[in-house]
Design a protein around this ligand. Sequence first.
Ligand code: B12
Length: 293
Amino acid sequence: MARPNKKKSSRGRGRRPQSTQNQAERSSQNSQVAAAKEAPVKRKFAGKIRLYGDVENDGVVQISFTLPMPACDEARVAALQFAEKMNIQKASVLHMEAIDDDFSFFVVYGQCEAEVDLEQIEVPKLDHPQYGFHEINDMLGQKLDRKLVVLGACIGTDAHTVGIDAIFNMKGYLGDYGLERYSCFEAINLRAQVDVKDLADKIIEKQADVVLVSRVVTQRDSHIEEFKKLLAELSSRENVPAKLIKICGGPRMTHKEAIDIGYDAGFGPGTLPGQVASYIATEALQRFADQQD
Ligand code: B12
């Protein structure tokens, strides 16, 4: 990638040297990441299970839904028929409420025979190591001769900035520093309502190493469509960095869905910036460390 290397002296600009940082501040800052850094959780479950209501394997379930009809006796029967068609037996309506003249809300209780075989469940997960803030800065500082350019945006008409801000914000999120705080990243948060064409322009202009894309509005799976639009836009452009790391995230995103649609990684609810930074560090070392002069 043709980008002039920045001098190593730019590392740590605007941040107190590590040695002068208060120990308590460092340990508190790293506490969230440390929690995530514990050994991978061993599976504590196996075999077939049923829904748990009052006692194990009773299959008891409570569901709620809305019907497009007024709350009335006919609606109550319709709700029970829906439950039956969903294989919920011995169903009873616990709660019916008018939520508008022509809509009714239900809570239905019943029993379901369905079983799930846990042995058959495979969930692709990110299995990179979890590093601390200082570890990442030191590691990338030593192995790359420049800062990684990390762009972020919440795309399309989506106005929700809080999620992408949580990942980028210098001050951090839940005690975990955001990417802007890392001396190894040039982190640029374009915030919300960013058109994918504008984001693609920026990726090319900055010759970004990483793009972080957010979608919080997910109605009718619009998040998936919007994430795909960015990929389509990038594939129609020239001079897109060949090794661009593409990450998407939001409250309804999983890593599996992200890789299924062509991203490198996906992050869901409760993501901490340090988890994203650890993934970027791991992936960047694999992709870029061999490009050093
Ligand atoms: C605050 C809020 C707003 C604020 C947003 C202010 C702002 N500057 O962002 C305002 C009032 C503007 C707003 C507007 C709307 N909102 Co709103 N809003 C919320 C609310 C209450 C909280 C969202 C939030 O801030 N969460 C906190 C952050 C930290 O969590 P997060 O977004 O999930 O992000 C985390 C992870 O998902 C992940 N993550 C997210 N993105 C990314 C990206 C990457 C790359 C990575 C690695 C990780 C990552 O990391 C983050 C930190 O852990 C939610 C309901 C809720 N309780 O979630 C509704 C909600 C998101 N809004 C909703 C709706 C419908 C709207 C409106 C369409 C309402 C309307 N009819 O006008 C408009 C949207 C207009 C538009 N053009 O987008 C719906 C969305 C429904 C859906 N499934 O699509 C929700 C779920 C409310 C609801 N139950 O109906 N909203």
